[in-house]
Ligand binder design. Structure first.
Ligand code: CP
Length: 326
């Protein structure tokens, strides 16, 4: 009589009825307030599990294809670490020039290839809408790891989780976004995501040519969130709970002279931060290229290195969710 093989490392099978089983993660627009609480709950559990066990076998036997058409340190390596901490394994494609992409293979064909070998695909691509295109052709879940100047939903989720873990709430906060708000996809996603919470006030501080896109402002405004634009930080820093600093994205500028004219517009250093409260935090998706002075790194309000670690727990949660284990 055939017996059902049992694996002591897999206490439960894939739960095909789990709310996020098999789903793509393409945009923060997919997440309601309750969904966000759910993600943060799972991520918090992942944090506890990593602190207690380091690695455990929730996703043993599962394979992630990590497909990066643009450079990445944090997103790529944290998805790899997340999968390996959950006992799974990773196909890393971070130098597409060594893959068949360099022979002209299309994104749909590349995705259809990788899903023959993997259970989930993480994709970073320079074109807005590329993750949605990949998801259209893939039967396996696709997770958007940044699509051009579009969205970076897993970054926004980890940013919000950072705020939750650091400040204990996501309601009744003044969040000031600073720097390149035009090309910074992380701020587009984070502004949309924070609009799910009550008592949120958003300040946008940027050079005139790098203002937050109108479509993001209109979308967030439709949720009743107060937003205001500034070109100086001094006006809003004393009332800020979260200062979210972004890099001016050199690679998105066609005219490098324009980049040079705005790249040093804002620099956070200990002197500037004298005007800020002691119980606020400073975040940055990183990498930074001078917009936060290293002299500020030892300040307890500098949360940007802790933020990267929170990203590991959120990405563990997302992988477990789409693979039916959470
Ligand atoms: N924050 C972020 O997306 O960093 P990487 O570009 O290094 O992945």
């Amino acid at each position: 009589m055939p017996t059902t093989p049992t694996n002591p490392h897999l206490p439960f099978g894939d739960d095909k009825n789990a709310p996020w089983y098999g789903k793509d993660i393409l945009s923060v627009k997919q997440f309601s307030h309750d969904d966000l609480q759910y993600v943060f709950g799972v991520a918090h559990e992942m944090r506890g599990m990593v602190e207690r066990l380091g690695t455990f076998d929730l996703l043993k036997g599962k394979i992630l294809a990590n497909l990066f058409y643009e450079p990445s340190t944090r997103t790529s390596s944290s998805f790899t670490a997340a999968m390996e901490r959950l006992g799974g394994s990773v196909i890393p494609i971070s130098e597409v020039k060594y893959s068949s992409v360099s022979k002209g293979e299309s994104l749909p064909d590349t995705v259809r290839t990788l899903e023959c070998y993997a259970d989930v695909i993480v994709l970073r691509h320079p074109e807005t809408g590329s993750a949605a295109l990949a998801a259209k052709y893939a039967r396996k879940p696709v997770i958007n790891a940044g699509d051009g100047v579009g969205e970076h939903p897993t970054q926004a989720l980890l940013d919000a989780f950072t705020i939750m873990e650091e400040l204990g709430r996501l309601d009744n906060l003044t969040v000031t976004m600073l720097g390149d708000l035009k090309y910074g996809r992380t701020v587009h996603s984070l502004a949309r995501l924070l609009s799910n919470f009550s008592g949120i006030k958003l300040n946008y501080v940027s050079p005139d040519i790098l203002r937050m896109p109108r479509d993001v402002i209109e979308e967030v405004g439709q949720k009743g969130i107060p937003q205001a634009e500034f070109n100086a930080l001094e006006q809003v820093l004393p009332d800020t709970d979260v200062l979210y600093v972004t890099r001016v994205q050199k690679e998105r500028f066609e005219d490098q002279a324009v980049y040079e004219s705005v790249k040093g517009a804002f620099v956070i250093d200990p002197d500037v931060m004298k005007a800020a409260r002691h119980d606020m935090i400073v975040m940055h998706p990183l990498p930074r290229v001078g917009e936060i002075s290293v002299d500020f790194d030892d300040d307890p309000r500098a949360a940007y290195f802790r933020q990267m670690e929170y990203g590991l727990y959120v990405r563990m949660a997302l992988l477990a969710m789409v693979l039916g284990k959470a």
